[in-house]
Structure formats: structure tokens, C-alpha cells
Design a protein around this ligand. Sequence first.
Ligand SMILES: [Zn+2]
Ligand SMILES: [Zn+2]
Length: 263
Amino acid sequence: MRTQPAQSQPQARKKKQSEKAVILGRRFATVKVAKDRSFNVHEDLICSRSEYFKNLLQKNRKELDEECAICREGFEVTKDDVVHCQTCGQNLHDDCVAQWHTRGDDKRCPFCRAAWTPDSEAKTIKCQSLDVDGFDTYVKFIYGKGIATYTSESNNHDQRTLRLCKAWIVGNIVDDKEFKRAIIETLEEHIEDSNQLPGVEPMEYLFHEIEDRRRHGELHIFMLRIFKTKGSNVTSMWYDEIDSPWVCTFLKCLSHELLNPTV
Ligand SMILES: [Zn+2]
Ligand SMILES: [Zn+2]
């Protein structure tokens, strides 16, 4: 019984939490990326994958390995609805809080006494540095759909490569290593299957500024390795672009990679 007061069940054993469980939770967040394109995502799900989102949405939230402050039982994330206080970050069973709140008009946190924010009040956060296409791929991934293939890009090698690059950069910003790894694997398969080197659009996107090159280290190293191993007929591929600053940056990076290999 969860509805008993805490002091009546001091011996309740903590339940083990599965690390790989997908936690959806009940609360939604609206993430506005780039120039205000909105995505609604489960707050617990995205925070369980990304420190970036945890800092923005659930900075104070305590770890789920603690127990519910009302019933003193642990949390089983695949079975229990877990809510948390927006002020003190204490996790509580949803039904424990509901029971607590039926005892009076006082809709407060039983732990810190702050006014309780209902689940229906979704937070909105602005993340202008996140690319729309890349974030769309990320959202599909966290909901278990793998790295999505978009119909509009199925026959367009460079559009697909460009989206994968944008998605990797989103993964880098939100710090989701599993997603970044999945993107690199997909990129590798995509380039291998099509037997085509990335064209102007994705390469310009990646090499247009030195600052960006620093920020996207692993992806650049991957691309340089592709050109190094598959041959670099860049002059014919990018003939019209050869005077562009990004080509110059790319060639400098490629020379550096050939002379001082990182892989
Ligand atoms: Zn409880
Ligand atoms: Zn509280």
C-alpha cells in the first residue's frame, strides 16, 4: 500500500531500477529549435538521455535511486508513474501525491511545502542552436525509431548525408553519445552503400568555418578518414567550389590528417 504515511513503513525495500528502461513519464515539454519550430517531447525521456536537457528542464531533480518521501518505497520506472516537485526536485509516486492532495485543499509538495505544479503545465524551452532537421532525427531516435530515413532524401545522397551531419551536431550539443555513435555508423553505411563521397552541400556545411571545425571534432575526423581511405578526387567533384574558403579549410585539414593521422 502506497497511501500509508511514511513512518508506518520504515523497512520498505527499495526496488531495483533497470538502467535500460525507456522512461516516458507524463509531463511534456515544448522544445523550440532554430527559429521557433516546436517539438513536444516527454520531459522524462529526453532528460534521461541528455544532460543538456536535464539542465534546462529538471536541473533540481533528485536521482531516482532514492525513495518516495510519502510511502518510502523505491521507484520502478517501467511500472510506476513518477512525478517530481519542481521546487525541491524530490521524486514521488504520482498516486501517492494524488492521495496526499485529496486530504486537504493544500496542493503543496509534502516534502518542501512549495506550491505543487501540475503535470499539465508543460514547460517551453528555446534551443536556437539546434537544427530543425537534425533535431527531428534525434526525436525519432529517442522514441525508439532508430536513425530515420526520410522519403524525400531516399534518392538524394547529399541531402541524406547533410541531414546525418546536422543530426550528429545536434547529438553533440545535447551530449548523447549513443545517438552520435548511431549517426556515424549510419553515415558510414550510407557512404559505403552508395559508393559516393559526400558532395558540396554536406562538406560546405561541415567546413565553412574554422570555429565549427573545432566544435564538431569527431565528425570532421570521420569525414577526413573517408576521403583519406576512399581517395580524394576533390578537384573534379568540387571544381566550381575550389576557390571557396571552406574548400581551403577542408584541404588544410585533409593535409594535416595525412601528415599527422588521428585514426
Ligand atoms: Zn510513494
Ligand atoms: Zn518540494
